[in-house]
Design a protein around this ligand. Structure first.
Ligand SMILES: CCCCCCCCCCCCC/C=C/C(=O)SCCNC(=O)CCNC(=O)[C@H](O)C(C)(C)COP(=O)(O)OP(=O)(O)OC[C@H]1O[C@@H](n2cnc3c(N)ncnc32)[C@H](O)[C@@H]1OP(=O)(O)O
Length: 331
């Protein structure tokens, strides 16, 4: 009697050797394809490291733009059609950009989103921003292949750990300029930034659809616990509560909230001033601030990724992913 197994593939009975061999072969092929996909992404990153810091030529995708000027390396989400969801390629581009920024001649590194300004004919005679997201988090297609099967979570979890470690180890002041709503990993990473500036247009949430059964972020809880934010963080991670920028500020997740109308001007003026401060002093100060928690952050990150690998409720997750990705077809 075949029963449902992990990845929702029908599981053959114990003595049904024929089907079991076929199922094992299918799983192995899917695993190898996923490994090939991830390793081709990571190897192409290694070979395309820019000499003087990442620049747009060194980035494989145009969904992450990197530029350096006024002592600031800017890493910009540029995938508005998908609400700046982070694709596999973008994960690797971000890791490359952080690696280059850690050794280039910039003083601070800033994550933000490329705002496309559109002119409007109605009451605003000049431009206003489009409804861009800072990021809608992990690209849900990263985890599921065209056949609707969950990709090898073990490999994804390992890569995710490497990705988050890049933020934990980043040696320079790291700032997030959150000028749009943020979801999922784009929110939980904020706890690893040295400053988070948000416009009052923003809101933050872990998963818009808690039914998606994402595992809440241990790392985020750990960082929040330190700021005495445990309950609020748990409410967001467990129940999918969306926090306004001001609520996030009140809970220490955001450093400062600015009115949308003056956000860009105020924040970039301030960052340019900060970028003129002595870089080595800032680097040493950051090292001292993070010294005692860095190892703990790595440990918590490793625990979280092990939990994703071993305990992600595959069936719930697969169904929720499928529902999200097919929802438009139902409209
Ligand atoms: C180094 C390698 C690492 C590898 C890692 C691999 C995977 C690791 C797995 C574990 C990761 C754990 C940690 C991460 C957790 C998370 O980030 S969970 C949060 C995930 N994000 C979401 O749940 C948000 C999903 N999106 C939405 O709910 C809505 O899109 C929205 C953001 C509320 C916006 O809604 P609306 O304004 O109605 O726009 P839409 O029409 O829905 O979206 C426009 C198009 O963008 C696509 N899209 C949006 N978000 C995502 C997304 N996260 N993933 C994929 N695609 C997304 C959406 O499908 C639309 O596309 P089209 O239909 O083609 O127009």
């Amino acid at each position: 009697m075949a029963t449902e197994g992990p990845c929702n593939m029908p599981k053959p009975g114990v003595f049904d050797f024929g089907n079991k061999a076929k199922q094992d072969a299918r799983k192995e092929t899917a695993r190898q394809n996923h490994v090939a996909r991830l390793s081709s992404l990571s190897s192409s990153k290694a070979s395309s490291q820019g000499k003087h810091g990442a620049d747009e030529k060194a980035q494989e995708s145009k969904n992450i733009l990197v530029s350096s000027e006024d002592g600031i390396t800017k890493i910009t989400f540029n995938r508005p059609a998908k609400k700046n969801a982070i694709s596999l390629q973008m994960y690797f581009d971000i890791m490359l950009a952080l690696k280059n920024a850690s050794t280039d001649n910039s003083v601070i590194t800033v994550f933000t989103v490329l705002l496309r300004r559109i002119s409007v004919m109605c009451h605003h005679p000049w431009s206003r921003r489009t409804g861009d997201y800072y990021s809608s988090g992990n690209d849900l297609k990263n985890s599921i292949n065209d056949a609707g099967e969950i990709q090898d979570i073990a490999i994804s979890a390992k890569r995710l750990r490497e990705f988050v470690d890049c933020f934990i180890d980043f040696p320079k002041p790291l700032v997030a300029v959150v000028n749009g709503p943020a979801v999922g990993i784009a929110v939980t990473l904020l706890g690893l930034f040295d400053a988070v500036y948000a416009s009052d247009r923003c809101n933050v949430s872990y998963s818009i659809h808690p039914s998606r059964s994402d595992l809440g972020s241990l790392l985020f809880l750990y960082v929040s616990k330190d700021n005495g934010l445990r309950q609020e963080a748990a409410e967001m991670l467990l129940f999918g509560k969306k926090l306004t920028a001001r609520e996030a500020w009140a809970q220490g997740l955001v450093t400062e909230v600015f009115p949308e109308s003056t956000f860009e001007t105020e924040v970039w003026t301030r960052l340019k001033t900060y970028a003129k401060l002595p870089p080595n002093a800032m680097r040493v100060s950051k090292e001292l601030i993070r010294k005692h928690e860095k190892q703990k952050l790595h440990t918590v990150n490793a625990e979280e990724c092990a939990a994703i690998r071993e305990r992600l409720p595959i069936e719930e997750y697969t169904n929720a992913l499928r529902n999200f990705l097919s929802r438009k077809a139902k409209l």
